[in-house]
Design a protein around this ligand. Sequence first.
Ligand SMILES: Cc1ncc(C[n+]2csc(CCOP(=O)(O)OP(=O)(O)O)c2C)c(N)n1
Length: 293
Amino acid sequence: MPQEHAIMESQILQIDVDELREMSARVRRTIFRTICLGGGGHLPACFSIVEILTVLYRHILCVNPAKPKNPDRDRFILSKGHAAVALYVMLAEMGFIDAALLDTYGHSGTILGGHPDLHKLPGVEASTGALGHGFPFSMGIAMAAKLDRKAYRTYVVLGDGECQEGSVWEAALFAAHQGLDNLTAIIDYNKLQALDRLDSIVSLEPMAEKWRQFGWAVREVDGHDIPALLDAFGRLPFEPGKPNMVVAHTIKGKGIRFMENVPIWHYRLPNPEEMKTACRDLDMEELTMGKRE
Ligand SMILES: Cc1ncc(C[n+]2csc(CCOP(=O)(O)OP(=O)(O)O)c2C)c(N)n1
């Protein structure tokens, strides 16, 4: 398990970006298959964070599936817990869970719930799903590392709609006040929430500036651009003494063209005709509902 945190520029240049792109494509296909065959889930919310999770798990997080409770491990919290299937697929990719477990999703008795459960799955650091909770929970973990003089880092992904929760801003103040530069938050800024565009409900613009004013060191990236993500995560901490914020501009539903940026898909499965188009977009064999091969 690598213990050095900062990946150097020379290391970034050596990373096989094509391999990460292939992994992202594979992860999208597995998410699609898992959710469709499981009978429900938040496809577009998962698709908007695929590259972020791929880069984090493959190159940034110091975690070891053989020792999921190692006290020195980095912590990852999916605060937008409704994208649980993206996390499950990533945990399977990394070897925390058996890939065959994904086939149980949506079926009676499964340990893969609609939201991640800390007590059921190795590699899940927080039970999330109630928006606005995972983010402050991460502050506690980062604060504990400071108090215990531990070098592990904490990473948390939250939704932009989630940022409408008051608890997010209370936690933001706390992290800056405590100088939690061992904490990195990534906002999945896809500009949509459950039923509509953020701007039509409660706008959060100027997003990056808001976080700066709350005392965070902020970088904006294209959240689907793998080299840009590697570059951002390779520069942590952005400013010593400040918590780190990556505002990742993303596309909700990225990868299935008819879902991209269309709010109605937030929690909806494709019909058989749409399924064919989706599989073509994802470059995968057609899925037959009820068939798991
Ligand atoms: C406290 C709380 N209120 C409402 C919900 C229901 N809910 C699930 S996902 C969602 C929209 C979240 O939007 P966003 O954070 O932008 O994530 P996206 O799906 O767009 O990636 C809502 C309101 C919830 N999970 N928790």
